[in-house]
Design a protein around this ligand. Structure first.
Ligand code: IVH
Length: 669
């Protein structure tokens, strides 16, 4: 082939690959298979190998350089990179709108509302239509020049589409790590025994600071662009959304969820709807950004200090915060499990002040390399108790202390063991005061014997005054004994005694649950009561008998047998019986005829006209069963008004979904 032909061929290949990169990484709409794509790249590589003089800086083969950088050179911003003022409520958004109107002397008609991507802000400069340099925000005036790392991001165009040829302009946007890439990175770190990233943002900023672009390329970062700054010769647009549209036509990845809103009311609606849906996105957002759409108005509004007057962020309630880990206390639970609990410098998080957080167990602390004195990152997800998700290692002083699980129980000094294959360490002394206290609290709990007003403070006093030594002693309490407790009036004493006495006649299943047998929850307790009808029968059941019960496996069976082997537990049972606590239950009648629903499982979701209890009774009367969650084994999911995710799950699993009428027909109501 003639030299010019080879050069032309190389150029065509480069253009084709850039086109398919855009289709795949920017538009998420690939046109060719991976194999076809690889063939194009291989062909280009072969030509470039034979003719190194044909390699251009914007060749797709040049994304990942192999020259590690020692220090990143400074990257000066021609136009300062401002940050945004934050708002946290609808009221503040309305104030922002009022402020803008006052300043301009007119109501703003259009706002652009965008997702606030939780990543790292970057700026990229294009000249002659090709990427020249890129850097981080830094202090807004000067950042780090990290062009080599930014080039590894496949959605960052190395050169732009035809419309942008020859143009000079800057784009700004957010580099982020998608949730999937974050999970993958942490899995790898876990395997390598390295401390985990606390969140995708930390992982992203850590990745961009890496000195070897080959390493950065492996992190699968991505980017969205949200600002266009035209340079010499480049077209300017009267509105922000037109600028973004132009970026899109040049091949930049612009977030598809951008909305032009008329008036602040609509802005608030859009913010609300994303606050609800944010978890469904494949990347994290920490709020919304609201921008005046009209560029001339933006210019009139200008900036104050470090933030523009024409834009504001609406931050979702924080799910994360950082604070100092002051100390680690080891708590002993009902079954002797030792749980390390973090004591923190108080910090606001998602509307409450957090002072403590669970650290789960020893392995978890080691895995996250959490040390006493560290600045830790807290997170509150769906659950109420916050957890420590990571450490800000960059501010370590060297005085932080590693945590050791105590060899002896911190409460009773008893021996602590950690069994093979278990994450938890346990105090082996069953008379450990901490275990006894928790056992009594549990015994009186809502799902157990339901003794009203028997809170932790009262149990503590009862134990310290020697008035009780186990759960059964509760029944020997008298009003006279109770009034000696702090803050216990005559009336409260009477009420508590009445509640204790009233609990003697609870259904057998509650007593079984209240005993606190390991592995036996509310549901297993019900099944056991149904099958054995008395504590005595349960106590003397062999492990084979126990394992023959539906939903009882070998681990549960062993836990039950172990419980009744412990002399302390047997003594409690004897005392309970003497006190007159109901220990057995009438045998239920043998199955009736007409059990048309025997073996059928129902799940309810949403609101139906009859109560759930009634509905469940109807199913049971016909020999069927009601469970909480949908699985392949479910026969019917009854879908009421406003159904939850169970309806969708049923459809996904191919389980029959029926409405209330159909349900009534099936149960013959
Ligand atoms: S506009 C002058 N739009 O949020 C306007 N920022 O302090 C500057 N961010 O780290 C920013 N998504 O990188 C804008 N759609 C978006 C954004 C966004 C995320 C980041 C930005 C900066 C912070 C604002």
């Amino acid at each position: 082939m003639a030299r010019e032909d080879i050069a032309r061929k190389a150029r065509r290949l480069r253009e084709a690959i850039a086109h398919h990169d855009r289709k795949y990484y920017v538009e998420d709409a690939p046109e060719i298979s991976d194999a076809e794509y690889d063939a194009l790249v291989d062909e280009l590589k072969a030509i470039e190998k034979a003719h190194p003089e044909l390699v251009t800086p914007d060749s797709p083969t040049q994304r990942v350089g192999d020259q590690p950088t020692k220090v990143f050179p400074p990257f000066r911003h021609a136009v300062p990179m401002l940050s945004l003022d934050n708002t946290y409520s609808k009221e503040e958004l309305i104030e922002f709108n009022d402020r803008v109107a006052r300043f301009l002397g007119l109501e703003v008609r259009e706002y652009v509302v965008e997702l606030k991507i939780d990543g790292v802000a970057v700026a990229l400069r294009y000249e002659g239509g090709a990427l020249r340099v890129g850097g981080t925000r830094g202090d807004g005036e000067t950042g780090d020049e990290i062009t080599a790392n930014l080039r590894t991001i496949r959605s960052v165009p190395l050169s732009v589409k035809a419309d942008g040829e020859g143009l000079a302009f800057e784009v700004r946007g957010e580099v982020y790590m998608p949730r999937k890439a974050f999970d993958r990175a942490n899995e790898e770190r876990e395997e390598a025994g390295e401390p985990l990233f606390a969140n995708p943002r930390n992982a992203c900023s850590g990745s961009l600071k890496l000195q070897d672009p080959r390493e950065v390329a492996r992190r699968q970062l991505d980017a969205f662009f949200y600002a266009y700054l035209p340079g010499r010769g480049a077209p300017a647009f009267p509105t922000h959304d037109q600028g973004l549209e132009f970026l899109r036509t040049l091949g930049f990845k612009v977030n598809p969820n951008i909305r032009v809103c008329r008036g602040v009311e609509e802005v608030i609606k859009v913010c609300d709807s994303w606050e609800e849906r944010r978890d469904a996105l494949p990347y994290e957002i920490d709020g919304m950004v609201i921008k005046v759409n009209d560029v001339a108005l933006q210019e009139r509004l200008g900036a104050t200090g470090k933030s523009p007057r024409w834009a504001i962020s609406y931050k979702f309630p924080a799910k994360q915060a950082t604070t100092k880990l002051v100390s680690i206390e080891v708590q002993v639970g009902r079954t002797g499990t030792l749980t390390p609990v973090a004591h923190l410098e108080p910090v606001p998080l998602g509307g409450v002040t957090v002072k403590r957080a669970t650290l789960h167990n020893e392995d978890e602390i080691r895995r996250k390399d959490i040390r006493i004195g560290d600045r830790v990152i807290l997170e509150r997800g769906g659950e109420v108790i916050p957890k420590v998700v990571g450490v800000v290692t960059s501010v370590r002083t060297g005085h932080e202390k590693r945590f050791e699980m105590p060899k002896d129980c911190p409460v009773c000094g008893g021996r602590v063991v950690r069994e093979e294959g278990e994450a938890a360490s346990r105090c082996t002394n069953t008379s450990c005061p901490a275990q006894v206290k928790r056992t009594i609290e549990y015994f009186g709990g809502r799902s157990a014997m339901d003794i009203e007003n028997l809170g932790p403070a009262i149990v503590s006093q009862l134990l310290s005054k020697g008035l009780v030594k186990d759960s059964a002693d509760l029944y020997a309490l008298t009003e006279e004994k109770l009034v000696s407790l702090e803050r216990m009036g005559e009336k409260s004493a009477q009420n508590l005694i009445a509640a204790i006495q009233g609990s003697k006649d609870r259904p057998l299943s509650r007593l079984i649950f209240a005993l606190g047998i390991r592995q036996v929850g509310v549901r297993t307790a019900e099944i056991l009561a149904d099958r054995f009808h008395s504590i005595d029968a349960l106590r003397h059941a062999s492990t084979e008998d126990l394992e023959s019960v539906e939903e009882v496996g070998p681990i549960v069976a062993q836990a039950i047998a172990d419980h009744f082997l412990e002399p302390r537990n047997v003594k409690v049972l004897e005392k309970l019986e003497k006190a007159g606590v109901r220990m057995k239950e009438e045998r239920k009648l043998p199955p009736k005829t007409g059990q048309t629903l025997a073996g059928k499982t129902f799940v309810f979701t949403g609101t139906i006209l009859i109560s759930r209890e009634e509905a469940a009774a109807m199913v049971k009367a016909k020999g069927g069963k009601v469970t909480e969650s949908v699985s392949k084994k479910t026969d019917y999911v009854v879908v009421g008004e406003d159904p939850g995710s169970k309806a969708a799950k049923a459809r996904a699993l191919g389980v029959a979904t029926i409405d209330e009428n159909e349900f009534r027909r099936i149960v013959g109501a």
